[in-house]
Ligand binder design. Structure first.
Ligand SMILES: Cc1cc2nc3c(=O)[nH]c(=O)nc-3n(C[C@H](O)[C@H](O)[C@H](O)COP(=O)(O)O)c2cc1C
Length: 410
């Protein structure tokens, strides 16, 4: 199937400048002088692109809000922190199609009239960092970034910043703190980065994959982009499958593709050949689905209606022999460990959930204990600076709802 980001499928190997130009890359950047920032914003808004970093926020709206803010200078931040367990798509994108990402960053920077773009990349990603560095140098020599981009009068400096390898460091305002030379601690919001971001100035923070979608939209037009995906979730998405699958890896599929296609056709089913017990379709903060849901389309609306979410496309499949309780203990442990600890409610909630789940794991589950999960989760909802506090809720509550027998006594 033809993709938008990986035209020849993944992995395709590092795509250099000439190969990227040959597939229509940097066309809009070469014509930058003939386009207004508002033209770029309008195209991204018309495309319906939604952020691929997990929350699915409309990208065009983010661009418009940043451009509307009168304060200057403005900044663009590419979020390549990628520390969600199982996620590898941003690394694969940076290693394989760095010019596609850079093209999007330059167009996004022009759209919000930013003078500087920061590439915030997981510090363990050596090959990805090298690929982006080389692409920046090639693009600079071609006149696509640096001073007076393609004779347009617009200038853009691009800087690389290593991201610490902890989960919260990928939260957008924690990333801004790191770029400012501080600890990776999320900020209270509002204000949001679009009005008060890096150094207190309007900043566009977008995920790597989100930015990789901008050039195809601007170069080929929003209608062409919308020929992929659904009305509510246009385009394609890069999904990550784990080692439990016959063919683990990264797959680009049009949004709205049935989950079954990803699991069976792309992933080849479970490596063990066992039956599927449950699926987490959007990473550790999504709700579990039963195998009956395999025909659900992978898009924001369909997964939300089914009590789950698409997150950043990490799909985990549990076998009939796996314990759902063990899996949610692992998930809750992860969030408790990764909570930065600055919000007392988050510290308290994540640790309490682990303690309760460990009792269930020890065979001490009962109705009163199970009721505690919902209470703890509801009480703490939204009480942190970032959404980590809300993350353990969906997997735990869906597990309790779908597998009640696993939670009540040994
Ligand atoms: C704890 C936590 C970790 C996050 N980690 C990442 C990350 O590694 N990469 C990312 O793009 N977004 C991450 N996000 C989401 C960002 O805060 C932000 O929503 C995203 O970068 C916006 O980009 P988008 O609109 O293109 O999706 C994280 C959020 C939270 C709460």
């Amino acid at each position: 199937m033809e993709g938008i980001l990986f035209p020849r499928g993944v992995p395709e190997g590092l795509e250099g400048l000439d190969a990227y130009r040959a597939r229509g890359g940097y066309q809009a950047v070469e014509r930058l002088a003939g386009m207004s920032p508002e033209d770029v914003v309008a195209k991204v808004e018309a495309s319906g692109l939604r952020g691929r970093g997990g929350a699915g926020f409309p990208t065009g709206r983010k661009l418009a809000l940043t451009l509307e803010c009168p304060e200057t200078p403005r900044y663009v931040v590419m979020n390549g922190g990628e520390d969600e367990p199982g996620s590898k798509k941003d690394r694969v994108l940076m290693e394989n199609v760095p010019h596609l990402i850079l093209d999007g960053i330059i167009l996004a920077a022009y759209a919000v009239q930013a003078e500087k773009a920061y590439l915030y990349i997981n510090h363990g990603y050596e090959a990805a960092t090298r690929a982006m560095e080389t692409a920046i140098e090639e693009a600079r020599q071609a006149g696509y970034c640096g001073a007076d981009v393609a004779g347009s009068g617009f200038s853009l400096e691009i800087v690389m910043v290593p991201a610490p390898s902890n989960y919260v460091a990928g939260e957008d305002t924690a990333a801004l703190e790191v770029i400012e030379g501080k600890e990776p601690l999320p900020r209270q919001k509002p204000p949001f980065p679009v009005t008060e971001g890096l150094f207190g100035k309007p900043s566009l923070v977008n995920n790597v994959e989100t930015l990789a979608n901008i050039a195809p939209i601007v170069n080929k037009g929003p209608e062409s982009y919308r020929s992929f995906g659904t009305a509510d979730s246009p385009g394609t998405m890069v999904f990550s499958l784990g080692d439990e699958m016959e063919r683990p890896g990264v797959y680009e599929l049009p949004l709205g593709t049935p989950l079954r296609h990803l699991v069976e056709e792309c992933g080849g089913g479970l490596k063990s050949g066992k039956a599927i017990k449950a699926i987490l379709p959007g990473g550790p903060s999504s709700g579990f689905l039963l195998p009956e849901s395999l025909d659900l389309p992978l898009d924001h609306n369909s997964l939300r209606e089914a009590g789950s979410s698409i997150g950043c496309g990490v799909v985990k499949v549990l076998t009939e022999d796996d314990s759902v309780v063990d899996e949610v203990v692992r998930i809750a442990d992860f969030f408790a460990r990764e909570s930065c600890g600055q919000c007392p409610a988050c510290r308290m909630e994540t640790n309490m959930l682990v303690a309760l789940l460990k009792k269930v794991q020890a065979g001490e589950g009962n109705d009163a204990l199970v009721e505690q999960f919902g209470k703890v989760i509801a009480f703490n909802k939204g009480k942190g600076f970032c959404s980590l506090i809300n993350m353990p809720g969906p997997p735990i509550e869906s597990a309790v709802r779908l597998f009640p027998e696993e939670f009540r006594g040994a």
